[in-house]
Write a protein that binds this ligand. Sequence first.
Ligand code: NOJ
Length: 565
Amino acid sequence: YEKSEVFFMQKTWYKEKVVYQVWPRSFCDGNGDGIGDLEGIYSKLDYIKSIGVDAIWFSPLFKSPNADYGYDIADYMDINPEYGDMDTFKKVLAGCHERGMRVFMDLVVNHTSTEHKWFKEACKSVDNPYHDYYIWRKGKGKNGKKPPNNWLSTFEGGAWEYVESVDEYYLHVFTKGQPDLNMDNPKVREEVKNIMKFWLDMGVDGFREDVITYISKREGLPNAIPIPVAAGMEHYNCGPHLYEYLKEFHDDVLSKYDCFTVGEGPLITPEKVLRFVTEGDTQVLKTMFSFDHLEADCFMTDWIKIPFNLKKMKKCYQKWYDAMNGKGWHTLYLENHDHPRIVDRYGSLKYRVESAKMLATMCYLQRGTIFIYQGQEIGMTNIELKSIDEFKDMITFNNQILFKKLHISDEKFIKMANRGSRENSRTPVQWNDGPYAGFSTVEPWFNLNPNYKEINVAAAEADENSILNYYRKLLKFRKENEVAIYGDFKQYYKNSKELFVYERNLDGVKLLVVASFTENAVDFKAPDGIDLSKGELVLTNYNDSALNGNGFKTKPYETRVYLFK
Ligand code: NOJ
């Protein structure tokens, strides 16, 4: 073993965990106002636990005017009144801990809300002590009426907004309602550390760190390569002081607690991730999310679709495994609140149940901490909205403007949104086939997917062969078999456009995972040296699992997992 590998092989709780992501607004409404909330969450803790989950990551629960549904925070130390109050949060926290589940909060410190008191103070005058909490510049041009540089927001036109009271522009790389914090100001970093301490001292077990790779901007804020969205990113994604600031947060706060951290950063590469997560003295984050495995059916963004390319996806998994192996720990996920539903993308609506089970198997039996997004465990699907008024998200509205410029008709745009928008994952969770899908007692804040009559938790509970019950088996298997957690990873048939085949090995125990991404029958032959008849078939999505020699002809989206001891 190299030194790093010794560190790596240390077994740690968070490597073994299954995390469930709750996007609170659409999870469950406990007080009958059409909006998900903490009482609703509390009522479902037993359910979440029953899936085999060990921790919950809550998308922001904090006070927010919802310019970006919680990712614009008006008070980091208070709960959004739409969701409840601090006492209800503490009840949920205790309820999780009683059930052996940890709790991770969303830490959103690249930006605040314009409603945050720091920002309100900052706008009062350039001498206000909070002014330097944000990134301000004078306008350019003759009358100073042009923005300070050509950067564009990811969500909403230009990246600068003028404030008359100070005669300056503030930077917002997301919506106008999300002014970027000036992390170069040591006072801001103290605030971040206080926020971390506040929640950790309350008993919270860690953080998912929102666009954490954006917090350090290149000095001088130089002009950007002019691309139609997010121009400027090259000057703030993994900026000059990022590592230094993360190290400060780690050394001063995080290292003092047995807590988990998972960093989010768009377009992240293994080389960059390793800088933060390599185990040993230089580690500043426990793990990070990567994105490219979710780009096998699109070009750069979910909105620009290309046919699903299995080889592309397999290459990503291989790339991340190879890079992280022996050095650091990675994450495994298929969905979150920023992407359309996975069955619509990599699976098949015709074989929804089979393909959802196959996708979970191929993803979660690799090496990494598992993340499951609400509703994924019952195979929720994308929604079809009919008119633009039904959409809710700034990205959708911004894209409408962009695509109009490209002469894309409204009709075509709605089709694109129905396939590509992140709103697809934000429809209310479907609990039963009763009124409002059991999500609420009144009309929910956002459209329910009409398929809730068939696709819902109650129906899944009642069906032994449901996706939900398969998740339970899969997660139980992983928990009981260390090979599935710590084993190494080796792919076979890398060139196959239809099958994803890999094995895991640990201390003489072998796991073979076969996953078909097609409804066509494919002749699968066991790789050399593997005798399927000697293995135990531990998981599969079909009842009939006969062998044909040392192989089998796959059924649509079939998956089989063999264990060799
Ligand atoms: C990433 C979050 O996942 C996304 O939902 C949010 O809009 C942006 N960061 C801005 O906070």
